[in-house]
Design a binder for this molecule. Structure first.
Ligand code: TRP
Ligand code: SF4
Length: 515
């Protein structure tokens, strides 16, 4: 894992614009990710597929499983479907030209904006300066290019928010506060930082944490961060830090003592079974019930029994528990006041007997926000696959032939597609007989990720014709190259039109910083 700026090769960029082959998730390394499946098991990223049917009118990147993973995205979908507030935010490090990999992220932000989300796009200029050593003049040039492409693709700057990290005082202040919750050992473990790591690089980390939480500053709301899986370490840390700022924890309990999740599941079973016959269930009864039940295979059951026995005749009664984590004394008082119905107040927690878990969480957040807390909802994320480079291997902004820049001359775009490697066979005969390997073909990827746009039937036709041997690479590439030429010409026209829009946004295009 490389965390030192000077040693970081200039091969990886963007929230996931790059290609694929190594499992470690390292936002600044040249790491790429080949085995997406492992990400589910090893890092706890959820499979997007399971959510697809809950997505209203899914984007083609979702339909084609190019968006393959997520964390907690259901929260965002629920808000979207119930017409409740939600947000989408992503950031772009201005280290080179925006390319077709970044277009995916632009499109994802815009898609959420069209579905009613508050949309945010930021230029990660502090990060580019600290982690990649770009000068402010270089940063300004690239920043402008990212913004123009985003606007050209349909981002509405009046409804949404654009900012540069360096210009956003609220983000910097929030980063400072979140930094209070993180220490060096953690950054060391997550990013491989060591004694040689620049302090500003660490500051870039807390700034990104602040970016991720920024949409919730006005009001807590589900927020999705569309990125490549290389950014997952950032998402996980942001979720942790957001949780650490919370005033109250909300859990479920059955008696005065604490249970961990596994123990609680056992006690819940005992309670359910016993409360069927009698309404006065005591802790000792549950202990006996558990002792009679088939022995558990770990210490969980023993621990639960021990705790239940220790509580003796205390009645077992389901409740939600508010734990005082970081609340001010005033906030804790206010929470106690606000809990309706039957409740019991302890030193560092309140038990509520007439509230369900969801209502309790809403209440805790309300009280927190009313008393100066952030009340952050854990940020969600969605992850897209990296595009393969046109020359095979990974797509890299430092290798022009490997990617198509959104600024490429349309004729050059045409040529790059014609020169791309394919999943084709040695000879036309072989291709007709065996079919092409669309799954390993960067040209097919161009169709699926970009050129077929919303036209699923077209993407499928290309795929089927390829694998059935009806499509030969020469013609296939030519068709793709022509579509690419058209796309680039059209996009660049829209970029020119977006100039006026960009000027109106008022975003700083020339940093006063010079170095
Ligand atoms: N670190 C991201 C990159 O490498 C850029 C970034 C900064 C970002 N802040 C963000 C991405 C917030 C998503 C959300 O390009
Ligand atoms: Fe790729 Fe097209 Fe050749 Fe199939 S026919 S391998 S999709 S270039």
């Amino acid at each position: 894992m490389t965390a030192d700026d000077s040693a970081t090769p200039e091969t990886e960029d963007g929230p996931g614009a790059d290609g694929a082959d190594q499992l470690a998730l390292d936002p600044w390394g040249s790491a790429t990710v080949s085995d997406y499946r492992k990400l589910f098991d090893e890092f706890g990223i959820g499979e997007f597929e399971g959510l697809l049917e809950s997505v209203p009118n899914p984007h083609y990147l979702m339909r084609r499983a190019i968006i393959f993973g997520h964390r907690d995205y259901r929260r965002v979908l629920d808000a979207m479907r119930n017409d409740e507030p939600f947000a989408a935010l992503s950031g772009f490090m201005p280290t080179g030209d925006p390319h077709v990999g970044h277009k995916m992220v632009f499109d994802e932000i815009i898609w959420h904006q069209k579905r009613g989300g508050d949309a945010y796009a930021l230029i990660a200029d502090l990060e580019a300066h600290a982690a990649r050593g770009l000068s402010w003049a270089e940063i300004d040039e690239h920043a402008r290019d990212y913004l123009l492409s985003l606007l050209a693709l349909g981002f509405d700057p009046e409804a949404g928010t654009l900012y540069r990290q360096s210009e956003n005082r609220d983000v910097q202040d929030l980063g400072f506060e979140l930094g209070v919750e993180a220490n060096f050992s953690e950054l060391e473990a997550i990013y491989g930082f060591d004694g040689e790591t620049d302090v500003s690089h660490m500051q870039a980390v807390v700034t990104q944490m602040a970016d991720i939480c920024y949409p919730q500053l006005g009001e807590p709301k589900p927020t999705v961060i569309p990125v490549g899986p290389d950014q997952d370490p950032h998402v996980r840390l942001a979720r942790d830090l957001a949780a650490r700022t919370r005033y109250f924890g909300v859990t479920e309990a059955y008696a005065s003592f604490e249970l961990d999740d596994d123990e609680r599941a056992l006690v819940a079973r005992a309670y359910e079974s016993l409360s069927d016959g009698e309404d006065d269930v005591r802790c000792v009864h549950a202990a006996e019930w558990l002792a009679d039940a088939a022995p558990g295979d770990d210490g969980t059951r023993e621990r639960a029994i021990r705790k239940l026995r220790a509580a003796g005749k205390e009645p077992l009664r389901p409740r939600v528990r508010f734990l005082d984590r970081n609340a001010t004394a005033d906030a804790f008082e206010a929470l106690i006041e606000a809990v309706e119905g039957d409740k019991r107040v302890f030193d560092e927690h309140v038990d509520a007997f007439d509230l369900d878990r969801g209502d309790a969480e809403d209440l805790a957040r309300e009280v927190e926000v009313a008393h100066g807390g952030y009340g952050f909802v854990p940020p969600s994320s969605i992850y897209h696959r990296f595009m393969t480079g046109l020359t095979g291997g990974k797509m890299s902004s430092s290798v022009p032939a490997s990617h198509i820049s959104l600024l490429d001359d349309p004729g050059d775009g045409y040529d790059k597609v014609m020169a791309a490697t394919t999943g084709g066979r040695e000879t036309a005969e072989e291709q007709r007989e065996l079919g092409g390997r669309a799954d390993e073909c960067p040209v097919y990827e161009l169709y699926a990720y970009l050129l077929a746009a919303d036209d699923d039937a077209f993407a499928e036709r290309v795929y089927d014709e390829c694998v059935n041997g009806e499509r030969l690479c020469g013609d296939c590439k030519q068709q793709a190259a022509e579509l690419m030429r058209e796309f680039l010409a059209d996009h660049q026209e829209k970029r020119a039109e977006a100039e006026a829009l960009l000027a109106e946004t008022g975003i700083e295009l020339e940093s006063p910083r010079r170095r």
